[in-house]
Design a protein around this ligand. Structure first.
Ligand SMILES: [Zn+2]
Length: 587
């Protein structure tokens, strides 16, 4: 009797636990692999508009993932460096310090020089020399990857892109990260001494370069970029959304690979932005570079020696697909070349999702996809479609005498009675103007301002510059903000975007606020440029797929700054300096 009652008591004690186990969901599998994907320059409207075209990865992400439909950046300089730093860290440029793709800094004698966002001193350079290499040195806060390897011993971060800034800012500052980008001179994936990856990954990338990249590329990809002939949505599908007809768009394209399909990749010449010419440079400005990036990602995921995502702690794979950005710059975001690039990317992402499902237990991997910025329609095309459309270009081309900076400097010289050789505005990047502090103050010449020899300072330039810009470029520029008067900037809808970019050390002396549809242009009248605070540049996809996340969509406002905290929450990693929030993903 005593025995039985003991057994009964035990049963009674166990029962509630059994009852709970029957109704409570099984514990979520431990995270093994997070994959962060950035599609360079992909705006939300473009992805959603072309949805019927997609048959593979993009289709699955949109159909099966949790889609944040209202994710918008909140900073002005919507460029690749700032966007990737924001995706990597969960914070806007005012926090990351990556305020633009490049800016100007004063050297030893006060003269300004260009600093690319990925420029840093080579740690391997001999003392006393200042060799500059691509690296994360300008990044002011840790990334998701930095926090992951700090919190979980043995975790690895692998980051791949065709652009150094795409790979570097998604990965972060930790030296042990494996960070590789495409080299336009050799067609291979390279890194820098800023990183010291594990030797197994080093070897795997070297093997890939020898067997799949570099001199193997012409044999693998051919010399022409043909229109994608892969699977159509369903045979006979009608009413597929189509790009703006070539008859309109071609007038304004920058034909780096010639006009119209097939595009000859081997005849790529020098860009106004100074890109590397030749076949390998041509691959970079085509969708084929995304296929190459996906090939390397799959080679690393499938390499048994690496066991990515199969260790005791989770790993992070970052992929920035760059091809969409140069294609949109050259041929227009509204062109059939851009659609072709997305259809090809769709297939590459499909390969990646298939590999994750084949290689990892369900629930152990999470994919997060977003973009560093969107893209506008070329202003001439916008007007050809709709005569009432507003917009235009500000010519910032380096070669022309009559570009924005040259013209503004001539007007400043006349107004302030400066010698024609004096150029108060040294440079422009994004929407920031930088004064030449090595030249100012300068002595005035005799004229309308009186006798010669008066000292003209930056304060004098501040006084007259806004009026001159508004006089000549009033149709393009909505506001001119002086950094010296930041404390009294007038509240406008654009001001929070300006402030989210602002870094006292790196921002310019003057910040221009562009009107809707206005873009800076390196090649007057041709090609396209992103980089504003307007809808087409700030509204991007934000999608989470895998890890038990339910299919669905949210129209609640969110930001791409939410990506890193959300993935971090799943990985069990916090990001104290993030401004974005960890989204509660429905499961
Ligand atoms: Zn771009």
């Amino acid at each position: 009797m005593i025995r039985r009652s003991r057994a009964l008591r035990a049963l009674v004690v166990l029962l509630p636990a059994f009852a709970l186990a029957a109704t409570a969901p099984a514990p979520a599998p431990a995270p093994k692999l997070a994959v962060v994907i950035s599609v360079d320059g992909l705006g939300w409207a473009r992805l959603e508009g072309y949805r019927p075209w997609f048959v593979a990865g993009l289709k699955r992400l949109l159909d099966e993932g949790h889609v944040e439909r209202a994710a918008r950046y909140q900073h002005l300089n919507t460029e690749t460096g700032p966007g990737h730093a924001s995706l990597g860290t969960g914070a806007p440029p005012r926090v990351t310090g990556i305020v633009a793709n490049s800016w100007f800094e004063a050297g030893e004698r006060g003269s300004l020089h260009t600093v690319h966002c990925t420029d840093q001193r080579d740690p391997a350079a001999p003392a006393g020399t200042a060799r500059v290499i691509p690296g994360p040195g300008n990044l002011r806060v840790p990334t998701l990857g930095d926090r992951l390897v700090e919190a979980k011993k043995g975790a690895r971060v692998v980051s791949l892109s065709a652009k150094d800034r795409g790979a570097i800012f998604l990965a972060g500052r930790e030296q042990a990260h494996s960070v590789y980008w495409y080299d336009k001179e050799t067609g291979r994936f390279v890194s820098s001494t800023a990183y010291d990856p594990p030797s197994a990954i080093r070897l795997a990338v070297r093997r890939f370069n020898e067997t799949k990249a570099g001199t193997m590329l012409p044999g693998r990809f051919g010399l022409v970029w043909k229109k994608w002939s892969g699977p159509f949505p369903s045979p006979g599908t009608k009413l597929l959304p189509t790009p703006v007809p070539a008859s309109i768009v071609q007038r304004y394209q920058y034909p780096v690979h010639g006009l119209g399909f097939d595009h000859d990749l081997s005849r790529f010449g020098v860009m106004p932005t100074g890109d590397t010419p030749g076949y390998f440079g041509g691959i970079y400005r085509s969708p084929l570079v995304d296929e190459l990036t996906a090939d390397l990602a799959l080679a690393l995921l499938n390499d048994p020696a690496l066991e990515l995502g199969h260790g005791d702690v989770p790993d992070l794979l970052c992929l920035s697909f760059s091809g969409h950005d140069p294609v949109s710059h050259d041929y227009g975001n509204e062109s059939e070349e851009e659609l072709d690039t997305l259809r090809r990317l769709d297939v590459q992402l499909g390969r990646l999702l298939d590999a994750l499902e084949a290689g990892y237990p369900k629930g152990t991997f999470l994919v997060a996809l977003s973009a560093d910025h969107g893209f506008p329609v070329m202003p001439e095309v916008a007007k050809a479609i709709d005569k009432t459309a507003s917009g235009g270009r500000i010519d910032v081309g380096k070669e022309t005498l009559d570009n924005f900076k040259e013209r503004l400097n001539r007007m400043l010289d006349e107004t302030l009675c400066l010698d024609a050789g004096v150029k108060p505005v040294f440079g422009m990047d994004g929407w920031d103007l930088f004064y030449d502090r090595a030249t100012l103050p300068a002595k005035s010449v005799a004229g309308a301002c009186g006798a010669a020899g008066r000292s003209v300072t930056t304060t004098d330039v501040d006084r007259v510059l806004p009026g001159l810009v508004k006089l000549v470029w009033g149709a393009e520029v909505e506001d001119v903000l002086l950094t010296s008067q930041a404390a009294s900037w007038r509240e406008t809808p654009a001001l929070s975007f300006v402030k989210n970019d602002f870094d006292a050390q790196r921002s310019g002396d003057v910040i221009l606020v562009p009107r809707w549809g206005v873009q800076t242009s390196y090649n007057p009248g041709r090609g396209s440029m992103h980089g504003t605070h307007h809808e087409y540049d700030i509204h991007v996809p934000l999608i989470f797929w895998g890890a038990g996340v339910k299919a669905g969509a949210s129209d609640a406002p969110s930001t791409p700054y939410d990506l890193a905290p959300t993935v971090g929450q799943w990985l069990g990693v916090t990001l104290p300096q993030a401004i974005g929030k960890a989204l509660l993903l429905p499961r």
